[in-house]
Write a protein of this length. Structure first.
Lengths: 357, 357, 357, 357
């Protein structure tokens, strides 16, 4: 459901057009100072309306902490943070209640919720609900960073255009933040320009385009992760699929391993100059048998193209019980990959918190 | 840890060389007849020693149900099933306690468990622990099949050699079992022969080879799956990463979506001749927003090459604190993909059980 | 922590002097109309300031539903409800940060939360946090009542003065609501007057007084409850101890059974005139082996006297590290038993929801 | 269901007449030596057949550790321990399948499990299933004791006859073990003799008798316990009600608090000669607001008289659908309180483990 985690529990609530959306984070240690400005800046990274590459809808997304702080520090009570939904236009939603948008939650949600699915703006399935995930992730990342654990992500590809990859042997915390702070979070800005063109091309064609994201986590000591069902891969994957549009995840060399020989894929061990154990390669993405190896954790996710496109699409009309056609109106993201980058960082942080906080 | 699930709890125990390995399955409805012969046959699909493509070690893997049945039917008590470990050779494990096998659990496990990791045969991280998962999966699949839900998988690739794909528009329960019953579970037997050659080539080179598996689930009605953190993708991924060597999972078109336009990737809806809602394509792998769309659920996983290879490898010696080399002795699987096929089916069944049983 | 339940998850947040307190209720079925007026009325039952028997502090406790409704009905999204904390006087809390109030959370909370416990008004340990529990309980009770399950409670005793007991053989839903709707919820109003005198006596002596509450649940069919760790008694007890000041719980004849013979305590079965199974007595409080027997569920809890009393008390001063004395100022409840009655009903509802919703 | 705990997961399986009963304990730290002899001795404390005060049925109850140890120490893998059920007489259970034993699990279990309840020896509801709980408790207690936390219990009453109470101000670990090691675990042996007479009297009358148990836990530092739903009281109560026949639990002064004034019940703080915070009384049973105060934890439970009595009882016959009478044959415990003492210690240990291990 909408709660994740055993040790650090993250509970998300709200719908796109409800009074507010928000999150409760429980289980955090007390006496930790929360930098609210830094928190807001993180959440702003996913905000729309910043440029031509995302929806022109403006959302202030001002985070308001309702509980859990005392003297500016965590006090052991759960943190509840709320983002109020601005005044939404009172639209006519009758068409969307009848005609199911292809590749959206609409049809399965209508079946599941017995016809009373909140269709306004996508309801609880709106990408807007990733804002509370970012809030939770931003709080947790402040704590993780104090323990020396850093999380960064960047756009790995848009359509066929690929960014450079992270150097997965590099444990530097600054390095993995390189892309995070950019408006368009790529490592190679030239590739970034090409990606932007690709997005505008899709937009001009009343279409959308998919992509992928690479995420890396540094600073985890060896031996973090529980056996079998609660390994790092299990828990990260569980968390990351909460971000809508994610359709796949692969760790380290990922699907490439299916084509390899063991002698190519094994990561041999060595003591480094400081007597610390490292591997000579990092095909495992820092995880063996669900546990950290001491190398950076590294995974990719793929993001499907936004299903909301302005083209005419075939669909069913559940009011008439007949086949129908639909043109989705309004402003949409021609690509959500760039906005999903902080969401993936946040989902990773929520997962890692289960092991470290 | 070693328990998975909220509604149906699966708890796995044992180490490769402990007295036994086994599983407890709790939360099953009562009064359901268990076909123990069918259960044993399913578990036998992962057994080694059947041919030249897997390890020559023979394991009887006789499943013994210790509790949970009355009059041959479930009685509401948890089912506990045990597989006794045969007499293991009393080997000298001192080398393995010192030299960490690359890409195995050894090093992180030693750190995590404070030096008392059961190294014999891989301990709790042995692939042998997938046998209890198969037991749990086989029990659950008997129940799911009675509800019309069928699960099948096949080898999708070994090295560069690819099998045909499932027709992901086909909801037939017989169809998805085609490969499952074969000794070498592929759809296209010619490709299967090429794969076997690939495996033998790796074996002859003292090497191993990776691959991938496709799994499909039919018969799920629309609207199954919980929002956000407990969608089908979250829960299936969580469960499937419990199978050692899985390094990635993708649903439907998977990573391919990153290269697509929305107009190519969206699955348009239609009423079929029986008035049921279907989609005209199934790029979503049967899942939108974490919920089933009524189409077959479809996912791929990649399996890394077995890390146990007979070649000399560099590693660290944690007893001497120095770099060292290691030649792993004994009999190993040159490829575990074919043996992992029923394990993936079982892990999928355990995940689906959380929503349906 | 602050989340309870597997099927229906109730997450409480807030501190007495935070911006707000509130609750998230997740897992509720969709399409159920919520009567917000009825919800507010339930919450008002625990409100203070209604008469001389509770604190004179007025709290509006207006419940504001932030998410989870669409067209006035549940829509499958989690319900989040908030109660804003009124403008709290900016008091000087330095004395309470130093001197630990006896039998309050202060001392253990200071140890647990590393010195940053929100001491204002009791922080997260304030009795005020039972308001969100009442909100959750009230929502759930509306759903339970539609399934024929009713929950009622009354003051069983204040000091030595005892109310009549419920007739635990009576399955009538009206009957168990008799006391709930009264301002001073007792079955026998004469006893109620004596109790009020007792409370005023304590108040006049700058003291407080304890009491007990009886709760009954009707309409549960036989066989509800899970074996061993998740029986009705386990789960109800777990939930009810969330209400501060509860120090004990007993089901049916309770501690009285310790003095009985089996022949006195056993509840013999019979078919009633409608062919339904009933018992001839209900010493079990409607629960055998953790499961409902079809008879009313019945339990008592004891409530300790409010620890906040105006008398001078010995305590430790953690700033000086020396023994000290403390006079607690401000307005306090001389007795909280009457205000706890709806809280116990709510906690029972939250427990029962795990089995029925 | 049959699994308890988040951090330390205890999963019990088996039925009275299944092949075996047992338990899986997961989440234990590695490298801890387990004294198997001490474990067996603990389990032997609940064994029947030792004297005239319990059933004459002999059970060897030999604990066999199946997994989880390596070099005699925990190795991070779950511990699975099994107790084989001896050869049970092949009895005719048709009468018990038809006639529901009063105050047993039979009737609700038949409804719940759709008619396929394992009636043999009480099935999964047999008191025999407390043996695996004792195994788990004994393992956990070995670990807790290393951390300075000790748990002891004794018979507090049988019928009207009361033992002395523990001195709940005394934190000595030896003291609370006084009664545990006795064959008939009481503090005052004279009272113990009177209790034995009471039990024999009940036995001679073909009857049974109830009682109560006091349990104490020493060595917990202040501040242990989570707020609201996961306080010490919530979790201990949840665990303890897993012991069949427990009908109530009260902490510290318990139900007595309902008759008290705050000035009588509050526990004032003081620094002791070593500068440690203590309270001048311990009416709270060592718990305030769900957290430990640093004083001994102290609670009582009541145990109902064994429902199996040889007298003729009225009941329903679910095969004929008519009222009927039943005489329960075989050997029964005239009193189970003495055998329940280690079970209560074990249940307390399982609860405390969630906070400390």
């Amino acid at each position: 459901m909408n709660t994740f985690g055993q040790k650090i529990k993250v509970t998300v609530f709200g719908q796109s057009h409800a009074t507010a959306i928000g999150v409760v984070v429980d289980g955090l240690e007390a006496n930790f100072p929360i930098d609210e400005q830094k928190l807001q800046s993180f959440v702003d990274r996913r905000a729309p309306g910043k440029n031509a590459f995302s929806t022109s809808r403006k959302e202030a997304d001002k985070v308001k902490i309702v509980s859990g702080l005392y003297n500016g520090k965590t006090c052991g009570a759960p943190i509840c943070a709320i983002i109020e939904n601005g005044d939404q236009h009172s639209k006519d939603y009758s068409e969307l209640e009848a005609k199911m948008r292809p590749s959206h939650a609409d049809y399965p949600a209508n079946v599941k919720f017995d016809g009373n699915f909140d269709v306004r703006g996508g309801g609880q399935f709106s990408g807007r609900l990733t804002a509370p995930i970012c809030v939770a992730g931003a709080i947790i990342m402040q704590m993780l960073e104090q323990k020396g654990v850093y999380i960064g992500a960047h756009i790995l590809s848009i359509g066929e255009i690929e960014d450079d990859r992270f150097d997965n042997m590099c444990n530097s915390c600054d390095y993995i933040k390189t892309a995070s702070d950019k408006d368009f979070p790529v490592l190679n800005d030239k590739k970034g320009e090409m990606m932007k063109e690709k997005i505008l091309e899709a937009k001009n064609n009343l279409d959308s385009v998919g992509g992928s994201i690479e995420c890396m986590i540094t600073g985890l000591e060896a031996g973090i992760g529980e056996p079998m069902f609660d390994g790092l891969e299990n828990v990260i994957a569980h968390s990351v699929f909460a971000i809508p549009a994610v359709k796949g995840i692969e760790f380290g060399a990922g699907f490439e391993v299916s084509k390899r020989y063991g002698s190519q894929n094994n990561d041999e061990y060595t003591y480094d100059e400081n007597g610390r154990v490292r591997t000579l390669s990092n095909n495992a993405g820092g995880i063996c048998a669900g546990m950290s190896t001491s190398m950076p954790i590294n995974f990719d996710v793929c993001i499907k193209p936004t299903p909301s496109i302005a083209r005419c699409q075939k669909t069913v009309n559940i009011k008439t019980g007949k086949n129908d056609v639909l043109e989705i109106k309004g402003r949409h993201d021609p690509c959500i990959v760039q906005r999903a980058v902080p969401c993936i960082e946040a989902a990773a942080a929520i997962a890692i918190a289960q092991f470290l906080l």
